[in-house]
Design a protein around this ligand. Structure first.
Ligand code: F6R
Length: 606
């Protein structure tokens, strides 16, 4: 989390930094700051998002080398003191940092003992002062200072350093945290995400763990390993997806992204599933799919929810054992990792720390890895044997919407592919026709968004919500509850229908409404019983039902109809009313839809 951006060259830096920060704001918005070296070092910081920072900047401001930061607080509250860029104890170095220094307290103590004092409570200032200390000890040799500091610091970091005595030069270093550098004829750019600099840079390099890079107005000057050995980095050309541009007339990115879903589904479903690999040929991939004994799916948050649905689809269509795990739990429980399993890591950003760490664990154990990801050139792409791209375009709204449904489409396609190569030929065509209708079905739902606004108006005052579903609708219930809680700050719980009786029913009263996802024909009569049990306790029900279903409509307080779809693909459709319901409630409650409090789009810390 946190976003960093830097530029050194012959262009004015201020606009580059501010535009870069605005594109990185999804990574955190607790505070923001910039430092520009224009002969003297100028630092501006502000609590809150980039607009607050902008209001503090002088109207005229010259300089061609600078760094900037948008923060998601980990160590120390979100205030100006803890905002980046930080100035080192000696006053010589200024730095922005993305990541976490795990042994910062230990290092802080050591630096204290050497006479250092600190202005902020951050681990970032500790890392900076460690570099500052090593700089002095090594007689102003910044390369040696970074070699020494990297040997001592534990954790993850992507940093850009300015040195008061070296105008125009920037020193960049990374371990674990995402970082890309871009080049054009004017100079050299650095950012946490390619989108922050892709408007300017035409060529890109991706620093590896431990790399120490010297950049100047003439581009990348020198690159060293963590041990100080000279190396080079391969330049890549990268075409950035045009779907980034602005909100396209919508009030929020989230709404734009909800409305992009039919187009994305149509695109994905118009071609056979592309599985990309530098390691395996197409025949080898099919052979892997044919011979694996099972599948483990890893993910966090919404990506874990899509993984739960993926498990169901893989078992149902390909008849292969599948399990879905929270990456954060899996990595720490000393799991048994069968080497004949395929391990799928699902991640929109491709940078979620727990998902990456769990993926590393399974790789080291010898399993074959497949990444399902949206952001190209992300760490997950580089660290998996095969990749399936979501092709959903950049997702800016912090609450995941279009990436989720794209994940579901990809998982359905993958389940069909596995079914086919494993000889489950009847199952492999089960979804075909219905999947092709997906885009139209989604469009029909979006046309009914007015009804969801009405429902949101009616229920916006509720402070608690239960989301219920059975079978494939259970992960949908989890996802619906997550959407509501993260953008409207309403307490919401997702439960399997049958589990309600084992505790949650105690919560039910008139003020604790239930969103019942009741589209699943196989389990419908059981869901009807659950709904009746809630009604008998004075609970109110909003039901999502298949068009024309009387059994639930007649007992629900309110309902939303989805066009008729088979149970197996209903989650791709029901996601949309759940997203819209959460969106309208968030608006009614005056919440920040795209940037909910305490959250960040990319969770790059454990
Ligand atoms: C919720 C949401 C998060 C992410 C989670 C994993 O709307 O966006 O729960 O799904 O942080 O992120 P990725 O998919 O980038 O690994």
């Amino acid at each position: 989390m946190c976003g960093i951006v830097g530029y050194t060259g012959n262009r004015q830096v201020l606009d580059i930094l501010i535009e870069g920060l605005e594109k990185l704001e999804y990574r955190g918005y607790d505070s923001a700051g910039i430092a520009v070296h224009n002969g003297e070092m100028k630092i501006f910081k502000s609590q809150g998002n980039i607009s607050s920072l902008k209001s503090k900047l002088p109207s005229r401001f010259e300089g061609t080398s600078g760094i900037a930061h948008t923060r998601w607080a980990t160590h120390g509250i979100p205030n100006e003191r803890n905002a980046h860029p930080h100035l080192s104890f000696s006053g010589n170095l200024v730095m922005v940092h993305n990541g976490i220094i795990e042994n910062s307290e230990e290092i802080r103590e050591e630096l204290f003992a050497n006479g250092y004092t600190f202005v902020s409570e951050t681990d970032s200032e500790v890392l900076l002062n460690l570099i500052d200390y090593e700089y002095v000890v090594s007689n102003d040799n910044i390369l040696q200072a970074l070699i020494n500091a990297q040997a001592k610091a534990k954790g993850s970091y992507a940093i850009v350093l300015l040195d008061k005595n070296r105008p125009g030069e920037q020193v960049i270093c990374r371990h674990g945290s995402p970082l890309v550098m871009g080049l054009d004829d004017s100079g050299c750019y650095t950012a946490s995400d390619i989108y922050a600099i892709s408007e300017y840079a035409t060529r890109f390099v991706f620093p590896e763990n431990g790399d120490i890079i010297f950049a100047g107005t003439d581009g990348i000057r020198e690159v060293y390993t963590a041990e100080g050995k000279k190396k080079s980095l391969e330049e890549k050309k990268y075409i950035v997806d045009g779907r980034l541009s602005g909100k396209d007339g919508f009030d929020h990115y989230m709404m734009k992204e909800i409305f992009q879903q039919p187009e994305i589904a149509r695109d994905l479903l118009s071609k056979p599933l592309p599985v990309v690999s530098e390691k395996y040929s197409a025949e080898e991939i099919d052979n892997i799919f044919r011979t694996i004994k099972g599948v483990t799916i890893l993910g966090c948050g919404t990506s874990w929810h899509s993984g739960l649905i993926g498990r169901y689809l893989l078992e149902r269509l390909a008849r292969i054992p599948a399990n879905t795990e929270y990456a954060s739990e899996y990595r720490y429980r000393d799991p048994v990792i069968p080497s004949d399993y395929l391990v799928i890591s699902i991640s929109q950003s491709g940078e979620t720390a727990d998902t990456l760490a769990a993926n590393t664990l399974v790789r080291e154990a010898g399993a074959i890895t497949l990444g399902i990801l949206n952001v190209k050139n992300s760490t997950l792409e580089r660290e998996t044997d095969m990749q399936i791209y979501l092709e959903a375009g950049p997702e800016i709204g912090v609450a995941s919407t279009k990436a989720y449904t794209a994940q579901l489409v990809r998982l359905a396609q993958l389940a069909e592919r596995l079914a086919w190569v494993r000889g489950e030929t009847v199952n492999s065509t089960l979804l075909n026709g219905d999947l092709r209708q997906m885009a139209e079905t989604m469009t029909m739902i979006l046309k009914r968004s007015g009804k969801l606004k009405m429902l949101a108006d009616k229920y916006s005052d509720s402070n608690n919500f239960l989301f219920l579903g059975r079978g494939l609708n259970y992960p949908s219930a989890l996802e619906g509850a997550l959407k509501l809680k993260e953008i409207s700050y309403i307490h919401a719980e997702g439960y399997p229908g049958a589990e309600m009786k084992h505790g949650p029913i105690a919560l039910i009263d008139h003020d604790f409404p239930t969103m019942a996802i009741a589209t699943d024909r196989e389990n419908l009569s059981k869901m009807v019983s659950n709904i009746k049990e809630i009604k008998a306790r004075n609970g109110r029900i909003i039901a999502i039902i298949q068009e024309g279903d009387e059994s639930v409509r007649s007992i629900a307080d309110d309902y939303f109809e989805i066009p008729n779809v088979p149970d197996l693909i209903a989650p791709m459709v029901t996601a949309l009313p759940l997203q819209l319901f959460a969106y309208y409630i968030s608006l009614n409650r005056g919440c920040n839809v795209d940037q909910p409090r305490n959250l960040a789009k990319s969770v790059t810390v454990e």
